[in-house]
Design a protein around this ligand. Structure first.
Ligand SMILES: [Zn+2]
Length: 406
């Protein structure tokens, strides 16, 4: 590595350590930013010589990244940005901290995928899904798909692992010469009723879909979620026992296995590694307090709320909504979520924007009770299961109440 990159990398580690010691989070963003100031090419230099996998999409990035890193562990030490710092500063910091590992798995914010591909020359990229997110800041779904498509067209050597069930992802990946398709099922369809190629309606039947105006259609998937397992490209079915709940995580596991296969990890070897993952930065964590079995589910946008309702038990449920900077300031997305699956469950609401949520639940015909604090929520529910579903900073607030549970 050039001297400047070595210095940048060392300073990044030190800055991150100081930030951690000062109790300001894990320090990966500040460390990476300082390193980038010293050497604008630091990420390229840190990536050189490693076999790298990138994971991008609106939902499931953090979990899929964790699963993939676990599966690649079969081959040797793996660098990864497991704290969800998914922009170039976070990648820089993760690689600087890891030293000279032969492999890296990096979660990438979908807006930065083109830049991170240019900087890291990955061997493989996984494209999970695209749906509406953070209305005041995120690109529209079709624009994201275009950005991905252009980025991949510029790098025809990359192995792409892409979701056959998402028309936007299929369109973005289709021109790439090396695509492996996976099918993880997809419940959210409301951002892909119109073909990104020709604008005609997309027709769905069962799990299949096709454009009514051009040849774009669902490709045949080589990796498929089936029952409680995953079918590999040879047609062999593997039972996948996860500690994380929901079909959506089985899908994330299938994606991770497909991605790890691009590095030579066989499904047989990867599967046992996935069951060791218990929670991901507090997500899905289960905590007991005062006889309540609390489970934390993160839901940031309409597609992930749909999945959270699917995962949650029929039990008292606390919903918490904030609209701070990392969440996006616009809460009108609440009207894109159908909260009716919660009818019949005792529902509590809290968070900075609890009143926005209150109006939405009223319109949706879901009875609820407002509580001001997490402790009040616990006091208002009987002993037993308490499901907590929260958006990003609301989730972090509750996680802090539970002593930064992992
Ligand atoms: Zn079309």
């Amino acid at each position: 590595m050039p001297l400047r990159a070595k210095v940048a990398s060392s300073v990044s580690r030190t800055a991150a350590a100081i930030s951690r010691a000062a109790g300001r989070g894990d320090g990966s963003v500040i460390g990476g930013r300082i390193a980038q100031k010293i050497d604008p090419d630091v990420l390229r230099n840190l990536a050189a010589g490693r076999a790298i996998a990138l994971v991008s999409g609106t939902n499931g990035k953090t979990t899929t990244t964790r699963f993939t890193a676990a599966a690649l562990g079969v081959l040797g030490p793996v660098a990864t940005n497991s704290f969800g710092a998914n922009m170039p500063a976070g990648h820089t910091s993760a690689l600087a901290k890891a030293g000279s590992t032969p492999f890296a798995v990096l979660e990438v914010d979908e807006h930065y995928l083109d830049r991170v591909i240019d900087a890291t020359s990955p061997r493989a990229v996984a494209l999970l899904n695209l749906s509406r997110d953070q209305l005041d800041r995120a690109k529209e779904v079709a624009m994201m798909a275009q950005l991905w498509r252009t980025a991949l067209a510029d790098h025809p050597d990359i192995r792409v692992v892409a979701n056959a069930d998402d028309p936007m992802v299929v369109w973005a990946a289709a021109p790439s010469p090396h695509v492996t398709w996976f099918s993880a099922g997809q419940r959210w369809h409301d951002d892909s009723w119109v073909c990104p190629e020709c604008g005609s309606p997309i027709e769905r039947a069962g799990g299949d879909w096709r454009c009514t105006g051009c040849p774009l259609r669902r490709p045949r998937a080589q990796w498929v979620v089936e029952d409680d397992g995953v079918v590999d490209p040879n047609g062999d079915w593997h039972l996948v026992k996860l500690q994380l709940p929901g079909t959506v995580n089985l899908g994330n596991a299938a994606t991770a296995l497909a991605l790890a296969a691009e590095f030579g990890v066989r499904a047989l070897e990867g599967v046992p590694r996935l069951s060791a993952v218990t929670s991901v930065a507090g997500r899905y964590a289960q905590v007991e307090r005062d006889g309540r079995h609390i489970r934390l589910l993160l839901a940031k946008n309409p597609a992930s709320w749909l999945e959270a309702f699917d995962m949650a038990d029929e039990a008292p449920t606390l919903l918490s909504i904030n609209a701070r900077d990392p969440d996006g300031f616009d809460t009108s997305w609440l009207y894109d979520v159908d909260f009716s699956p919660l009818r019949g469950r005792p529902v509590l609401i809290t968070g900075d924007r609890a009143y926005d949520l209150a109006v939405r639940l009223e319109v949706n015909g879901v009875p609820f009770r407002h509580v001001r604090t997490f402790d009040e929520a616990i006091g208002s529910t009987p002993p037993g299961r308490l499901e907590v579903i929260a958006n990003y900073t609301a989730f972090q607030d509750i996680r802090a109440e539970l002593n930064r549970v992992n």
